[in-house]
Write a protein of this length. Structure first.
Length: 113
């Protein structure tokens, strides 16, 4: 909860991915000029592998279009190989930029058409 509060205090908008009344993941979005920045928490384990990651990615991309963003920057952990595969399947490309104290966060980019 403290980490989520820090993200909100840093200007991120928080969205919940819900199934019925259960939150299965958190989505963070922040628009700056023509860029929509995004990051998510992991999906609860009992919902992984059921296509929800693709639905969340589609929500992010739809949000970018509504906000008239020209690109999406997605941040994910350097060891989150599931997110690597998801990003690649949705047309994102690694920028080569690593963030965080020890470079533990990788930046991905997608141009919106």
């Amino acid at each position: 909860l403290d980490e989520i509060k820090k993200e909100i205090d840093a200007g991120w908008d928080l969205y919940a991915a819900n199934i019925n009344d259960e939150v299965i993941a958190a989505i963070f979005l922040k628009k700056d000029k023509s860029v929509l920045y995004s990051k998510t928490t992991s999906i609860k384990i009992n919902y992984q592998g059921s296509g929800y990651s693709h639905k969340i990615k589609q929500f992010i991309e739809d949000s970018a279009k509504k906000l008239k963003a020209k690109e999406i920057i997605n941040f994910c952990g350097i060891d989150n190989f599931r997110m690597y595969s998801l990003n690649e399947s949705h047309g994102y490309q690694k920028t080569g930029r690593k963030l965080g104290g020890n470079g533990q966060v990788v930046e991905w980019k997608k141009t919106i058409k």
